[in-house]
Design a binder for this molecule. Structure first.
Ligand code: GLU
Length: 424
């Protein structure tokens, strides 16, 4: 399986430290009791598993995986599973915390979780991936359940992996449990619109940002880093809106086409050749150069820690729409703010995925399925409402959009926590 993610620019930037810094920046604006603030800064539950997988050549390899529940105050925990060589406990912790804030911001009845296995899925055969997934699913099934913790795809995983996960869980119980994961194939209880949902949300976020900034949307130049499920869909939906996609990258590097690229043609090229490299009439650029291309919208849709203190002063865009989780470090946030570059933060910009995951879960629990049109309309409404709420709060409190989104989300979780009370 091919994953379209870019290598880290600064692997030293710890994602958990960054998530904590962002949390505390927002928490400074909220009158929270010290104990409550301290509690929200910790993951509630962490599971680390080490397990063997039989490889195609008969050898046995040992893998390490994680599942972290950050908060279950607002409901069952929700969040994806990542297969990537960089996966470690701090990354999973950070991503779990972001899921708590993302679900709270979107008014989904969920807490936050994340899981992952340190592996390179591109180096595994289909059979090895299936074995790894079934064993990992079994290992973490002690803390996963349809009304307790519901995984989904993330970087390096897809609908087939969710199908194996759901099948493994169901086999253990002796009956089908489609609601235990989202992002499944439609044939086994997946939702119409889920595959495109994160990219669709990114497009809606970019469009709303243009409206708020009173900038023209159609005709604006867009650069997309990462051409996986998020980046590729965002690119073609933005193209459909009349935006000009001038740069795209994946793990192999980037392409620059100042006259505009057709993302669907680039997708076909990727299907034929395995990467965006060599797409006709484009210039090759490195991932570092790609981020610095002049554009109106920059969509980092790969991994965290891409826009840092090192390159923030060389970013030439007006609006960053964070398709990835945590692509901008807190130091870069400050540099970009000083330069007047606006950021639509991850917990808002990429929340389309988990929002349609929620629709999928509700449909599975009811065994009643909605049309794609209905899904997209509901997604549009929730995204626009959340976006306007964030911008309003940012104006009222004179803070950046990221801080506003976090204030809104952290407040919701803290209020629910106080309403429920501290047990016992
Ligand atoms: N992995 C996605 C995210 O980071 C989706 C999570 C989900 O659908 O539960 O938001």
């Amino acid at each position: 399986m091919k994953t379209s993610v870019a290598p880290a620019v600064h692997p030293k930037d710890d994602p958990w430290e960054a998530a904590l810094q962002q949390f505390h920046r927002a928490a400074d604006h909220i009158p929270l009791k010290r104990g409550i603030r301290e509690y929200l800064a910790f993951p509630h539950r962490e599971l680390r598993v080490t397990f063997p997988v039989q490889m195609d050549d008969g050898s046995v390899r040992v893998f390490t995986g994680y599942r972290v529940h950050h908060s279950s105050v607002l409901g069952p925990t929700k969040g994806g599973i990542r297969y990537n060589p960089r996966v470690d406990l701090n990354e999973v912790r950070a991503l779990a915390m972001l899921m708590s804030w993302k679900c709270a911001l979107m008014h989904l009845p969920y807490g936050g979780a994340k899981g992952g296995v340190a592996c390179d899925p591109a180096q595994l055969s289909r059979t090895e991936l299936e074995h790894l997934t079934r064993r990992y699913a079994t290992e973490i099934s002690v803390i996963v359940r349809p009304d307790g913790d519901i995984p989904a795809p993330d970087v390096g995983t897809n609908d087939q992996i969710m199908a194996w996960f759901m099948d493994t869980y169901s086999m253990h119980l002796g009956h089908s449990v489609p609601a235990v994961v989202t992002g499944k194939p439609i044939s086994i209880g997946g939702s119409a619109g889920r595959r495109e949902a994160t990219g669709r949300g990114v497009m809606i976020a970019a469009r709303e940002a243009a409206r708020m900034q009173e900038m023209p949307f159609a005709g604006s130049r867009v650069v997309v880093q990462g051409f996986g499920n998020v980046g590729s869909v965002a690119a073609y939906l933005l193209h459909d809106q009349g935006c000009k996609i001038v740069g795209i990258s994946d793990v192999s590097g980037g392409i620059h086409g100042p006259n505009g690229l057709d993302p669907r043609a680039v997708l076909r090229h990727v299907q034929q050749t395995g990467s965006v490299a060599g797409f006709p009439s484009t210039t090759a650029v490195s991932n570092t150069e790609l981020l610095e291309l002049p554009c109106e919208f920059l969509v980092p849709a790969a991994l965290e820690g891409q826009i840092t203190r090192e390159n923030a002063s060389r970013i030439h865009t007006k609006i960053i729409v964070e398709g990835a989780n945590g692509p901008t470090t807190p130091e870069a946030d400050e540099i970009l703010a000083d330069r007047g570059i606006v950021i639509v933060p991850d917990i808002l910009a990429n929340a389309g995925g988990v929002t349609v995951s929620y629709f999928e879960w509700v449909q599975d629990l009811q065994s009643l399925f909605w049309s794609e049109e209905e899904i997209n309309q509901r997604l549009e409404r929730i995204m626009v409402q959340a976006f306007r709420g964030v911008v309003q709060l940012a104006r009222d409190q004179d803070v950046l959009w990221r801080t506003a989104a976090l204030i809104y989300a952290v407040k919701r979780v803290a209020d629910a926590l106080l309403t429920r009370g501290i047990y016992p």
